[in-house]
Design a binder for this molecule. Structure first.
Ligand SMILES: [Zn+2]
Length: 115
């Protein structure tokens, strides 16, 4: 999918936490599309690595103790954008990728960024 303002809005309108995130005192500091990330990392949804320079979604959440950073790879961003028209099929497929990795004992923990 092309990286357009409309694409970015479709991605950002999708709540990747499905309402799970949100203890009292938590709030989102930033929720942005990063066109060229500065560091390689691991996607929060699919558990796949992404390289430096990739387009990712990045959310920073502040809780009472620390700031947590979550990142999503471009493929998961595309799936989020598609979720408005495909009933969530693409994003479900991304989640299955992570579960498949989890069965091999390689799943990263939530927010396992090290920051
Ligand atoms: Zn991903």
């Amino acid at each position: 999918m092309a990286l357009t303002a409309r694409w970015a809005k479709s991605v950002l309108d999708y709540d990747p936490f499905g309402g799970d995130q949100g203890d009292p005192g938590d709030y989102t500091l930033r929720d942005v599309i990063v066109e060229s990330c500065r560091k390689a990392g691991t996607c929060h949804d699919c558990g796949q690595g992404f390289a430096q320079g990739m387009t990712i979604r990045k959310i920073e959440v502040r809780d009472p103790d620390r700031i947590r950073t979550y990142k999503w790879c471009r493929a998961c961003c595309d799936a989020m954008a598609l979720s408005w028209t495909d009933g969530g099929d693409a994003i479900s497929a991304r989640h299955r990728l992570r579960m498949a990795r989890g069965r091999q004992g390689q799943a990263p923990g939530p927010g396992a960024d090290g920051a």
